[in-house]
Design a protein around this ligand. Sequence first.
Ligand SMILES: [Zn+2]
Length: 116
Amino acid sequence: MLIIDCPWCGPRAESEFAYGGEGGIARPGATEAMSDEQWGDYVFMRKNPKGLHHEQWRHASGCGKWFNALRDTVSYRFHGTWKIGAEPPPAFARLGQGAATPATPAALPAAEGAAR
Ligand SMILES: [Zn+2]
């Protein structure tokens, strides 16, 4: 079972949470000045990294609050959660510094390695 640490309630089962997509995406200010391509990029284009990913989650069956999370998309491991507007965990500094590069074969689950 995957355990997620809600910044307000503490560790809970994943079944209590809802994924909210990529985190840290701010709505542009002057939307009327944006081209259709720029607007389309804002609305639809998201990162799809293999490795650390900044995400937003909601404790839907708990306190109902939104929060940020840093999760590894290969191992599903959460490297930290934090309240909106709070300081991110130290591992957040690894984003943009090669953290989203492909994982090493040793880090891949055994079942995936066996399928090759
Ligand atoms: Zn909560």
